[in-house]
Design a protein around this ligand. Structure first.
Ligand SMILES: [Zn+2]
Ligand SMILES: [Zn+2]
Length: 380
């Protein structure tokens, strides 16, 4: 009993520690609110028009930023559907086999009815030992969450959550609004920063108070520090945001950018790319009005992803993921999922865009053939 008790205490402590980065961000944001609204706008800016405009714009960005951050933190990552979990009998069967090859045989039989196109580096079926399931494409086991996460991007300590299919849009909006937040503060704080810095405060400042004593020394500290921190955060957020925009355009997760997904015919970093417009809509959805707000509008179910490669692979079962319009009839004879695709996903698959960009990209980047090894992947 004792070891499991101490393990649960350790896990409890870990869970508390994981919230520290979130708390740190929350404190910085709370302080920045105080410094900007109270110290800069209300205390230091004397022009009423300027004050009102700054406060209005600031609050719009602030609300969107906090909303997106909240959604990124508290949206539960999605886990694979029960179709991907081993049945009781399959588990027993797998346990009885001790050779990797026979285990792979069993897994391959189960995978036949599922829309799984990616493999391990050695060409084996991707299986999670911990969760006892066949990993859907783009799904990975997160060792921090101790779960398989659909379309896992990365585990982000700053939101104490896995960024994946369920909250990737929120994460993108969080990056966008936090960047706007920092840029807006930097831009509007700049002139006051310069005035204080050069200590030549003219009309706008209560320079007398500043020179005479405490109150504006305090304002000075907040305004200077606000400018430094906002401009520094702007630089790091901008680089992260640009990187993730690039990933969205290419339809890659961070994990896939580090290690390209392996299909049956070999690795292909553009295996899930459907062209810019569709890649973008896969994350942000079809309806423009939902793009800027942190409500879920991504397309698909997170378990299966359209890929332009399916019809290149003669061994693939007819599947829902034929993205080529010519492949539509094959897709109609699919075995999975048993319930119809959500309307949003069907739209993503069947509308007829230009495929030329996509096809040339995949031809160019296709490399190497998979090697039919027989190991069971365990990324935990
Ligand atoms: Zn797992
Ligand atoms: Zn995680």
């Amino acid at each position: 009993m004792a070891p499991s008790g101490s393990r649960s205490i350790k896990r409890g402590c870990q869970r508390v520690l994981y919230w520290i980065p979130v708390l740190f961000i929350a404190l910085i944001v709370a302080w920045s609110y105080y410094a900007y609204v109270l110290q800069l706008c209300i205390e230091s800016i004397e022009d009423t028009g300027e004050k009102v405009v700054y406060l209005l714009v600031y609050h719009v960005i602030f609300i969107m930023f906090v909303w997106a951050y909240w959604q990124t933190i508290f949206t539960k990552p999605m886990n694979p559907l029960k179709e991907f979990h081993l049945s009781h009998s399959d588990k027993e069967l797998l346990e009885r086999e001790d050779r990797g090859e026979s285990q792979q045989e069993i897994l391959r039989r189960i995978a036949k009815d599922l829309p799984i196109y990616t493999r391990t580096n050695s060409g084996a079926i991707r299986f999670c030992d911990r969760c006892q399931l066949l990993k859907p494409d783009r799904c990975h086991h997160c060792s921090v969450c101790d779960k398989c996460i659909l379309k896992m991007d990365h585990h982000c300590p700053w939101v104490n959550n896995c960024v994946g299919f369920a909250n990737y849009k929120f994460f993108m909006l969080f990056l966008l609004y936090s960047l706007l937040y920092c840029l807006f503060i930097t831009a509007t704080d700049l002139q006051y920063f310069i005035k204080f810095w050069t200590a030549g405060g003219r009309a706008h400042f209560r320079l007398k108070e500043y020179l005479n004593g405490l109150p504006d020394t305090q304002a000075k500290f907040h305004i200077l520090f606000l400018f430094f921190s906002a401009s520094m955060f702007s630089v790091s957020l901008a680089s992260l945001f640009i990187y993730h925009c690039w990933l969205v355009c290419k339809n890659r997760s961070t994990l896939e950018a580090v290690r390209s997904p392996v299909f049956r015919h070999g690795t292909d970093k553009n295996g899930f790319s459907l062209g810019f417009s569709k890649n973008f809509r896969q994350v942000f959805g079809d309806e423009v009005k939902y793009w800027p707000i942190p409500v879920f509008s991504s397309l698909g179910d997170g378990c299966s992803f359209p890929t332009c490669l399916v019809n290149l692979d003669p061994e693939q079962p007819s599947s829902p993921t034929g993205s080529n319009p010519a492949n539509k009839s094959a897709a109609e004879g699919r075995q999975f999922p048993s319930k119809p695709l959500r309307e949003s996903q069907s739209r993503l698959l069947t509308s007829t865009p230009s495929w030329s960009e996509n096809e040339t990209a995949t031809d160019k980047d296709r490399k190497g053939a998979s090697n039919p090894g027989m190991t069971i992947e365990n990324e935990a």
